[in-house]
Design a protein around this ligand. Sequence first.
Ligand code: PGA
Length: 252
Amino acid sequence: MRNVIIAGNWKMYKDMTATAELIEGLKSRLTSLPPRVTVVICPPFTSLAIAGTLLKGSPLALGAQNMSQHDEGAFTGEISWNMIRSAGCEYVILGHSERRQYFGEKDELINTKAKKAIASMLKPILCVGETLAEREQGITDRIITAQVRGVLSGLTRAEMSSVVIAYEPVWAIGTGKTATPAQAQEVHQMIRKLVSQIYDWPLAEQTVIQYGGSVKPDNAAELFSQNDIDGALVGGACLKADSFAAIVNAAK
Ligand code: PGA
């Protein structure tokens, strides 16, 4: 059976006090996890260090929401792989649709960051997804194929084994509109087939492909029951301990 990863993308929410509160709430609700289930929380940069300290000894892993493609230097406002690792991160979300939409990130940059993350022993969660206009034009497959090929470009098989892919239809993010389990499954299956064409089936079979976009406690179980959906990247519903824990429990 494939591994499942549930990640909480806190986006630009929670100061340090609220971070500590939410982590305590999660730790008390998620005291143990089955071996095939990984839970990652991704608070804002300013909360990573406190989160790293509070998560020590818990089954929850830590991730960042972005990182620079550079090692260090005069890059005002940027955060490096070494900084997030030293705060305790094992994961980093790259190429989220909000980074693409508001900060102009393109597949090529996301690919460069992915290579840097892997070389730095971080597991990248690489996000892809079509907009509503693209879905309505019937070009979802073409868009997703280009994004997946773009973000994975030049990654070796060994590098690919630490990659997590998150399929997040842009029209389902923060809108309350979820792709139906069947709609999501169709794209996930397509992505897995594409990974098998770029690499091979054994690797594609073990690649974790998360779904993201208005995942909530009441739709999580049905999404997770699909063959090619291996967990979730959760936004809104990860900001409360009860709802995030309920989503994790749906994957157990
Ligand atoms: P949402 O966000 O769950 O609030 O739709 C998901 C995401 O942006 O990762």
